[in-house]
Design a protein around this ligand. Structure first.
Ligand SMILES: C[S@@+](CC[C@H](N)C(=O)[O-])C[C@H]1O[C@@H](n2cnc3c(N)ncnc32)[C@H](O)[C@@H]1O
Length: 335
């Protein structure tokens, strides 16, 4: 049987309440990693997530979907410890270049160590809203689980567009906490903790489903969406840490007391022992093309757009991008 999920919450509560001089005032620790009292633990948890098999599958499927070009110059914004960068080196190959930028000095220092064996990776400290790169320098710019954490996602995407050449790809992947589902004997308490903590920590807990709109708001063309699911039925170390952090934060934000949070964690221990544990959360990957130049599929795209405009002008039945017939309010009436 696996170890219990419970942690010693009272001790953590005391530390959280005490907030040392280095602690950040924003409840989302990824807003300012260097101001957190437990940066080493955060670094470890990013690597732990990266190693989790279901997470690696999600990440790699998204990178394939984004169409990272072989021998291309690729930027990852909010690169953390370099989990995604290391995957990118395989995709771009030895003639490609992979650049990671992150706001946190401590995280970039850890990434330098962890990416030492990869000569095609370069790392920089910098803010997503003011990227330290010249315009049109990259063939692709991506950000994986970063939109959720930044104060102004559109400012970040606008910067990613600026540093990407015309016809290049901009890609975002993010989880969506409105889709988090987990087994637990006390459903009401589970909802209270999970929704309460997400609402407290993130500006937009449903950031994942908003990614296509964000890319369109930044003026990108050919926006596509890949919806994927993280699934865990065995309580992976990453999932365990995730639930423990939710319990700690529920106490910290006054959503429940420490005894209730511990009882909640104990509920998972029994489910795991019975082989009845399930946690799933949707991950959304959205990709768009910077317009104004040769895009990835210029001819097909222009042909489709012209056909679409002709159909609209003539009032013929419209079809969505995937060929499905549009109905209801989306059907344009023939005049
Ligand atoms: C959840 S981690 C994701 C790391 C990496 N992309 C991965 O998937 O392993 C979010 C990262 O975004 C960084 N970050 C947050 N706000 C940022 C900003 N304004 N500019 C650059 N990086 C930022 C954090 O320091 C952190 O390393």
């Amino acid at each position: 049987m696996r170890a219990a999920v419970r942690r010693r919450l009272p001790q953590l509560t005391a530390r959280a309440g005490g907030v040392g001089p280095a602690a950040s005032s924003h409840p989302d620790p990824y807003r300012n990693v260097d101001a957190q009292p437990d940066v080493a633990r955060m670094i470890q948890s990013l690597e732990e997530r990266g190693r989790t098999r279901a997470q690696a599958r999600l990440r790699r499927r998204f990178l394939r979907f984004a169409g990272i070009p072989k021998a291309g110059r690729v930027l990852e914004v909010g690169c953390g410890t370099g989990v995604v960068l290391r995957d990118l080196t395989t995709l771009v190959g030895p003639r490609g270049r992979v650049v990671g930028v992150d706001r946190s000095r401590r995280v970039i220092a850890a990434a330098r160590e962890l990416c030492r064996a990869h000569p095609t990776i370069t790392l920089r400290v910098g803010d997503a809203a003011r990227l330290p790169f010249q315009s049109a320098r990259f063939d692709a710019a991506i950000a994986v689980t970063v939109v959720l954490h930044v104060a102004d996602p559109l400012a970040m995407v606008n910067e990613m567009v600026r540093v990407t050449r015309r016809g290049g790809v901009i890609g975002l992947q993010d989880q969506d906490f409105g889709t988090l589902a987990v087994t637990h004997p006390d459903r009401e308490l589970t909802d209270r903790i999970l929704r309460g903590v997400a609402a407290h920590v993130y500006e937009e807990p449903h950031s994942g489903r908003r990614l296509p709109g964000l890319l369109r708001a930044a003026g990108l063309a050919h926006v596509r969406l890949l919806t994927d699911v993280y699934q865990d039925t065995g309580l992976e170390p990453y999932t365990k840490t995730f639930l423990q952090r939710r319990a700690e934060n529920a106490v910290r934000f006054g959503i429940v007391d420490a005894a209730t949070a511990e009882r909640w964690l104990d509920g998972f221990t029994k489910l795991v022992a019975d082989g009845a544990f399930v946690m799933t959360i949707n991950y959304y990957g959205a990709v768009g093309v910077r317009g104004g130049g040769a895009s990835i599929a210029p001819t097909t795209g222009r042909r489709r757009a012209a056909a679409f405009m002709r159909a609209r002008r003539s009032g013929r039945t419209e079809r969505s991008a995937n060929g499905a017939r549009r109905t209801g309010p989306w059907q344009r009436r023939a005049r």
